[in-house]
Design a protein around this ligand. Structure first.
Ligand code: NAD
Ligand code: LMR
Length: 348
């Protein structure tokens, strides 16, 4: 029996994500929680004829919502409007993530997977890790920041360029055509194209455009929505894809994402120390970027729903442009990470 709990289920991401989870055949029970009462959303979804059951909760029943969950996904919190940075969300959302993680730690089993969507992801995953550490219940293999939207965008935008070049030999959804590592904001987002012939094929101007769009895709959506909010539908899709890979590994043992019969490993933003190949990745980062960090988005392999290892090869085949992107990412990433860690260390 697999139970998935959505914290922030009433919101712009929460509602379409809950719909996608309701139609996922690997979920038996869906639990929907928000400060806004989720009974109505739950009733609506419960009429869909898939096998899972749904329950809605309100702000007084968080414990009941969490009880027995295998996966808790968190899109709770404030979203950006035009003119805001993800950093502007920190104060409000760090409090939300800390409070929710305290409840998860007190209510759920130590094997629960905690998936963070709320921004700034670069800071809030450290907030979650430090909160679980304080509780004495830290399992880094089960805590992830969802950065799948970056890879979804990278694949989409690369496809658009390849179409314009009349190239249909390369399918961006093939394993390893494009990956995205680093963090989830601006220049901390680092696209990597292992086959450097593809970078040559794109040419310098297209390549720069592609990188910029992947790094600042979130701003594009906010602008188009005319200040009503940020990406919700594409994010719900991305989170649903990521959760599917975890569910596949829970039901089939391995964690691969199946797309049109093609397979690839999805990255997520994770705490490197304590994860298999984490030390190796930190060494590579130090070698290539002259700095290292404890948190980094990197392609993952799963076993039974938990991270089993990180892809150690991802930083070994970099072009000069990619090395420069990586170097530019490190300092802002370090600042973001420290901010998240300090927040928990300095609060009761
Ligand atoms: P939204 O405002 O539409 O929804 C947020 C929901 O969270 C609301 O329903 C609100 O009531 C709820 N909420 C607030 N505090 C809560 C709490 N303590 N417990 C439970 N629920 C609570 O926002 P949205 O567009 O759904 O975005 C949500 C978050 O996801 C934002 O921080 C946004 O920046 C982030 N986001 C991340 C990515 C990513 O790639 N990781 C992509 C898009 C958006
Ligand atoms: C995104 O990349 O779309 C999200 O992180 C939301 C945002 O604030 O841009």
């Amino acid at each position: 029996m697999v139970k998935v709990c959505v914290l922030g289920a009433f919101g712009g991401i929460g509602q379409p994500l809950s719909l996608l989870l309701k139609i996922n055949p690997h979920i038996d029970e869906l639990s929907l929680y928000d400060l806004n009462d989720c009974h109505g959303i739950s009733k609506d979804l419960s009429h869909i004829n898939t096998k899972s059951t749904t329950s809605g909760f309100d702000k007084n029943t968080l414990k009941d919502a969490l009880q027995g969950s295998n996966i808790v996904v968190i899109p709770a919190g404030m979203a950006r409007k035009e003119g805001m940075t993800r950093d502007d969300l920190f104060k409000v959302n760090a409090n939300i993530i800390k409070t929710l993680c305290l409840h998860i730690g007190q209510t759920c089993s130590e094997n629960v997977k905690v998936l963070i969507i709320s921004n700034p992801v670069n800071c809030l995953v450290p907030v979650a890790i430090e909160t679980f550490r304080k509780l004495g219940k830290l399992h880094p293999e089960n805590i992830m920041g969802i950065t799948t939207l970056d890879i979804v965008r990278a694949e989409t935008f690369l496809r658009e360029h390849l179409r314009e070049l009349n190239n249909d030999d390369i399918d961006p959804l093939d394993h390893d055509v494009i990956s995205v590592v680093g963090g989830h904001s601006g220049t901390t987002i680092v696209p990597i194209i292992p086959d450097k012939n593809i970078i040559k094929l794109l040419g310098s101007s297209r390549y720069k455009q592609l990188v910029h769009r992947i790094q600042f895709g979130g701003d594009e959506v906010i602008k188009a929505k005319k200040s009503s909010g940020s990406a919700t539908l594409s994010m719900a899709y991305a989170a649903s894809e990521f959760i599917s890979t975890i569910l596949l590994s829970m039901t089939h043992g391995t964690g691969i994402c199946s797309k049109e019969q093609k397979y690839r490993y999805l990255p997520a933003y994770v705490y490197l120390p304590g994860l298999k190949n984490g030390a190796q990745l930190k060494r590579h980062l130090k070698q290539v970027a002259h700095l290292d960090v404890n948190y980094f988005a990197v392609p993952l392999k799963f076993k039974n729903g938990s991270i089993s290892e990180l892809d150690p090869t991802i930083l070994t085949k970099l072009s000069q442009e990619e090395i420069e992107l990586l170097r530019a990412a490190m300092e802002p990433l370090q600042i973001n990470i420290k901010k998240g860690e300090k927040f928990v260390q300095n609060t009761a």
